[in-house]
Ligand binder design. Structure first.
Ligand SMILES: [Zn+2]
Length: 767
């Protein structure tokens, strides 16, 4: 072992998750305290405990190891990424929990993985002839991340030995005069370039210059004209959507590595690019629940469909890392506000509350599909949750303020640590936040030097009031949502009233006519199961003002919920007042339909807004009119009149991910003298679902008029046809297709059909 490795091993004694860096040209402004000195209780503490005792402890070890024991082409291309993600999540969770069973399992899995490493250092799942194709580098990335995190919490030198061998194999295989790293990964090379992060971790722990040189080669390669040009594009445009193919998970993984290379190399362009990405995401790309991406890509501002490929959990994990790293480096607390929104909403919403499953995508309405299988997001969820403890308490890094502690996240918790000035610090937070405004912080020290205590006041705290040892603190002492006080001598008791309030978030673009309710950082959602005693609860609407809603937070057993005044629509169209239960988005949709968006009674549409609003649209052929048919508006339509003649035409809406629904409304587009409708002389148009691989016919549009190729009969522009899907055909599906025979009108050499909407609804009140 070289001297530097011995030094690092000493610095990374168990409990110090974050290895002290060998050298830093750009020191962090802040860093987390070791996770082992933090204990989190309350709502978040319970979810962290479930993450440990649920998915992490229950993960099938053999399923993780098998792809490495039997390498070869007969397995999925990225099957090997899961073990590294598990090792990383379990190491971080062990660093926080000190759970002995977790440690024992960690040792078994890490040992099992290392035992499959080939003599030349290869630790992928591919056959010899397929090496470095597909996702092979990506798999090595996660193996290095997982084993280095494991090494940091256990000091097991076998792990860093395995990572050195992987690092050397990569260095010897890829480079300016060797194989091209960009060609060995998907998404313009962004996937393979993300090995940057563990290569830098390896450099920090070994001080071997060749790893740093390799890291610089990777970033230089990404800036080539044929590369994704992440840094230069972000510096030019400050727009993540303009970077390569806008694939979020891979891009963010690269940016996280670049932040670290900035620390080591001092190259400010890397930091500016990362900051530009963070700013663009926070300003333009987020759901109100803090999640990001539709279809796994960054989208145009305002394009945030509510169902389907919503907020990939891998992106949630990457955002957690980005917010954490940017705050550490710059000390900017706006990342903490975004992280808090993400944690309390989209992150906890992807975890089934019992901690046994994770959802791949987490929609804003519909049904959540939780799973426990080897899927990218299913492995990323526990890892994203495992980051939370490192965000609660931070410490300023540089003298003379390194003895200043920041309460970064409000929440029931305790910190007990010894600061660099040898002062013992104990900080307790007692609160039901985010369900309550009141927080009591007790801070003590043993010694006369003391320490500075800062409290970050959450963005949702509108007019906070603070008293210290019973004495109110003047409001002008609060600067930039941060409050500072010196802890010395006698214990300090701080009472904070955050004055959280209910807030209405009005829906825009596709969600016009809808609104969401927020208390503090948490968004509350309608949950059908929680309202099973309210007949017709799904057909409910609300008066969109806080006085009429009169929301009240109550706790039943362990479940927090909001009771609000609503109205149930009766068969005759009248409204009957009813009390409706809303659950935190994070707890909603566990058993049945849920919706973050609530209907404003003044703008209520009898059928509501299609679950599939703003999703992808496809047609059998492109015609002269290409308006949207997934926008809830009959003002736009699509047709297929390209001058050719076809036997069949179809229109299709595609959410990309399974959703339950039972009612379809097809709206005809516009008939012209040369066609634009379905000819029903040989049969009515049909509705098809796509669930997995095949389309299944589920119903016919029997109400469609008896038309011919020449005559549209009684059909009117925008006419709606409502079809209830038969019970035995109601499988969750992700695509709905309407297909039929196109009509020719007065020009028999061609034909066409048209469609102004395909709307998709879930209505539990239909037969
Ligand atoms: Zn994923």
């Amino acid at each position: 072992m070289s001297q530097s490795v011995a030094m690092i091993a000493l610095l990374t004694v168990p409990g110090n998750l974050y290895a002290a860096p060998v050298r830093e040209e750009r020191p962090n402004a802040m860093e987390p305290v070791p996770p082992a000195v933090v204990k989190i209780g309350g709502y978040v503490g319970h979810r962290l405990d479930r993450n440990l005792r649920g998915m992490l402890m229950h993960k099938d070890e053999n399923a993780l190891l098998q792809p490495f024991r039997e390498r070869g082409p007969k397995q999925s291309a990225w099957i090997g990424e899961h073990i590294g993600k598990w090792l990383s999540a379990a190491s971080w969770t062990y660093a926080y929990s000190r759970d002995e069973q977790m440690l024992a399992k960690l040792k078994r899995v890490a040992g099992g993985l290392i035992a499959t490493q080939m003599p030349d250092g290869y630790l992928g799942t591919y056959a010899e002839q397929d090496r470095w194709t597909g996702w092979d580098i990506w798999i090595h990335k996660y193996n290095m991340l997982g084993l280095l995190d494991y090494y940091d919490v256990t000091g097991d030198v076998a792990a860093i030995g395995a990572c050195r061998k992987m690092g050397d194999l990569l260095v010897n295989t890829f480079g300016p005069d060797k194989r091209d790293i960009l060609k060995a990964g998907e998404h313009s090379g962004m996937a393979s370039a993300s090995v940057l992060q563990p290569v830098l971790m390896l450099y920090r722990r070994t001080e071997e210059q060749r790893y740093l040189d390799f890291a610089k080669y990777i970033v230089e390669a990404t800036e080539r004209p044929d590369g994704p040009r992440i840094v230069s594009t972000l510096l030019e445009n400050s727009d993540v959507q303009k970077v390569a193919n806008a694939k979020a998970y891979e891009m963010l993984s690269d940016i996280i590595g670049m932040i670290d290379l900035h620390r080591i190399s001092g190259d400010d362009r890397l930091l500016h690019a990362a900051t530009a990405a963070g700013d663009d995401i926070i300003r333009h790309r987020l759901y109100i629940t803090g999640g990001c991406t539709f279809g796994e890509h960054f989208r145009n501002e305002g394009c945030l469909p509510n169902v389907g490929h919503v907020a990939e959990t891998c992106v949630t994990m990457s955002l957690m890392q980005l917010y954490r790293d940017l705050q550490h480096l710059t000390g900017d607390t706006k990342c903490a506000d975004s992280a808090e929104n993400l944690i309390f909403n989209h992150l906890l919403a992807c975890q089934r509350p019992d901690g046994e499953q994770i959802s791949y995508y987490t929609p804003m309405w519909g049904h959540k599909f939780y799973m426990d299988l080897l899927g990218c997001c299913i492995s990323s969820g526990p890892r994203a949750l495992a980051i939370i403890p490192s965000m609660y308490y931070l410490r300023w890094s540089a003298p003379p303020t390194q003895d200043r502690v920041l309460v970064n996240l409000i929440g029931e918790s305790t910190l007990e640590t010894t600061l660099p000035n040898s002062q013992k610090a104990r900080i307790e937070q007692h609160t039901d936040y985010p369900f309550s405004s009141t927080v009591r912080i007790k801070a003590t020290t043993e010694g006369w030097t003391g320490y500075s205590l800062s409290v970050r006041l959450p963005a949702s705290a509108s007019k906070p009031a603070i008293s210290i040892n019973g004495q109110p603190v003047p409001l002008d002492a609060l600067s930039e949502k941060m409050f500072n006080v010196l802890v010395r001598g006698t214990p300090l008791e701080m009472d904070i009233d955050l004055h959280l309030s209910w807030r209405i978030i009005e829906g825009t673009s596709a969600n016009t006519g809808l609104f969401a309710l927020q208390y503090g950082p948490m968004i509350y959602a309608f949950d059908l199961h929680a309202n099973r005693d309210v007949p017709g609860a799904i057909n409910c609407a609300f008066d969109m003002d806080l006085k009429s809603l009169a929301p009240q937070l109550v706790k039943t057993g362990d479940q927090w919920m909001a009771k609000v005044n609503g109205h149930i629509r009766q068969a005759d169209g009248s409204w009957k007042p009813a009390q409706i239960t809303l659950l935190p988005f994070a707890d909603a949709g566990v058993r049945d339909y849920f919706s973050v968006w609530l209907a404003d009674r003044a703008r209520y549409k009898p059928n509501g807004i299609s679950l599939f609003t703003q999703v992808h649209e496809n047609t059998s052929r492109l015609g002269s009119n290409r308006g949207s048919f997934a926008d809830n508006s009959t003002a736009t339509f699509t047709n297929t009149d390209n001058g050719e003649k076809r036997d069949q035409d179809w229109f299709e809406v595609d959410a990309g991910w399974h959703t339950k629904f039972n009612v379809i409304i097809f709206r005809h587009g516009k008939a012209t003298p040369t066609g634009g409708w379905f000819d029903t002389s040989k049969g009515k148009p049909k509705i098809l679902f796509k669930s997995w691989h095949d389309y299944t016919e589920v119903a016919s549009i029997t109400d469609y008029p008896a038309t011919t190729a020449e005559n549209p009969s009684t059909l009117t522009d925008g006419q709606a046809f409502r079809v209830v899907i038969p019970k035995d055909k109601r499988e969750p599906a992700f695509r709905v297709r309407v297909t039929g025979t196109p009509a020719a009108g007065n020009k028999p050499a061609q034909n066409s059909a048209s469609c102004s909407e395909i709307q998709v609804f879930y209505d539990p009140t239909v037969d």
